[in-house]
Write a protein that binds this ligand. Structure first.
Ligand code: TXA
Ligand code: MG
Length: 415
């Protein structure tokens, strides 16, 4: 068998969409829309709601809350009721919007796969609001996992743990003997999960293969008419998904997917931090002999814009020179061009659309803006897109991982 042939056999979203699921989801839904932004501060910073929705009796708190807050709390209750009835509800987390369903209900979870067109072998993360919910889901939490939860929950860290048989639908775990669990650091997500009073399975609320949503409007673009409802809590904060890890009994924490909690942060708590070897193969000419990733989702070509995208890495001046020339050539060929650049270079590029990812030394901003920028490339009809690489340290590991996935691993080294 030739190498070429093996490549074709590599699973990816493009050659393995779950068509039957997509067909099933064409059943029309009347997607409800709840705007609960009144529960948050204007800058998008979360106010400490800090009470479970169930405990907020609309009568007892009525004097304290404004009419808008009251309406928003009632909306959260309605959304929670939807989840309890086995419907799908999209909601904000601190990372990206998730598409939630009662993790115990196979029917509800299947509706999530169907709405997204998600391959069924890609397991879902289960979201909880309280530590008490964890022991119902898993059989064992080792010392290393305990330490991580103490340090980073609630927050953008997902732990892969041994699943308690029967605790969640087998569709959630895609037949694995582990379940991925996280406690999001977002008052709307926490209140919704607490009010629904069930573990909530939630992948990112995008159609499979599209960038994850960082605004309720992105969820609408992808899933309106396919899901039960959308809770609008304004823009998400981190912008890239949670870090997925597995903690070994020897104290080694293995990163299966880089994300909002950095390797450096994990190192401060864990005895040793390792990275799934399948991830290290990325962007370094990883071929079909690369090991299969332990996080099944990492093998799919996610986030790809419609246009061709390449990532350019090297000394800043060489990156800028290469990019300027490539954009000019592309424009001459008649391409519609777009560039994702750091603030120091953004102004010097000539393209149909220029997206600034913020300062190269402040990668929180790049993480926050990345998915919206990729979506905008499609909106602008860009056919040729160049993205500047960033440092792979800190949050840069997650940003580069997502950029390279979006680029189908097209990395150009210059200088
Ligand atoms: O920030 C996030 O994690 C967002 C928000 C909504 O919480 N969720 C999210 O879910 O990114 P999703 O489904 O897009 O990605 C889940 C990732 C996939 O790569 C999946 O393969 C992996 O977690 N995963 C889930 N269960 C797993 C398991 N038992 N073992 C290994 N990887 C698992
Ligand atoms: Mg996703």
């Amino acid at each position: 068998m030739t190498r070429e042939h093996e490549k074709v056999q590599q699973p990816s979203f493009e050659d393995k969409p779950d068509n039957a699921a997509v067909e099933r989801a064409k059943v029309e839904h009347n997607t409800a829309f709840w705007d609960v932004r009144a529960l948050l501060h204007e800058q998008g910073e979360a106010e400490n709601i800090n009470v479970h929705v169930q405990e907020i009796s609309p009568v007892s708190d009525v004097k304290k809350v404004s009419a808008a807050r009251e309406a928003a709390l009632a909306d959260l209750q309605a959304a929670a009721a939807c989840l309890r009835q086995g419907k799908t509800v999209a909601f904000p987390t601190e990372t990206v919007y998730g598409l939630g369903a009662d993790a115990r209900s196979t029917e509800a979870v299947e509706a999530v796969f169907a709405a997204k067109g998600r391959p069924s072998d890609n397991p879902l993360i289960v979201h909880i609001a309280h530590r008490d919910q964890l022991h119902e889901l898993v059989t064992e939490v080792n010392a290393a996992a305990e330490a991580l939860m103490a340090a980073f929950w609630p927050g953008p860290l997902t732990l892969v743990l041994p699943v308690r048989p029967g605790a969640v639908s087998p569709r959630v775990t895609a037949g694995l003997d582990t379940v991925a669990v996280r406690m999001p650091d977002h008052p709307v997500a926490l209140s919704l999960i607490a009010a629904a009073a069930c573990p909530v399975a939630a992948p990112s609320a995008n159609r499979s293969g599209r960038p994850s949503p960082t605004l309720a409007a992105h969820v609408r673009e992808d899933l309106d008419g396919r899901i039960g409802g959308i809770v609008d809590g304004g823009p998400t904060g981190v912008g890239v998904e949670s870090t997925v890890v597995q903690a070994g009994d020897d104290g080694t924490v293995t990163i299966l997917r880089p994300g909002g909690i950095t390797a450096e942060q994990l190192s401060a708590v864990a005895a040793r931090v390792a990275t799934d070897p399948a991830l290290l193969a990325e962007g370094s000419g990883g071929d079909s002999n690369s090991p299969a990733p332990r996080s099944p989702g990492m093998k799919y070509t996610h986030y790809a814009p419609a246009g061709s995208l390449c990532v350019v890495e090297g000394p800043p001046a060489a990156v800028a020179a290469w990019t300027r020339a490539a954009l000019a050539e592309a424009a001459q060929r008649g391409e519609r061009t777009a560039v994702l650049a750091f603030a120091e270079h953004a102004e010097q590029y000539r393209a149909n659309a220029v997206f600034s990812l913020g300062d190269a030394s402040e990668l929180q901003e790049a993480a926050r803006r990345l998915y919206a920028a990729l979506r905008s490339c499609d909106e602008q009809g860009a056919t040729y897109i160049v993205a500047e690489a960033c440092s792979r340290e800190g949050l840069g590991a997650a940003v580069m991982n997502r950029l390279l996935k979006a680029a189908g691993n097209q990395l150009i080294q210059v200088g």
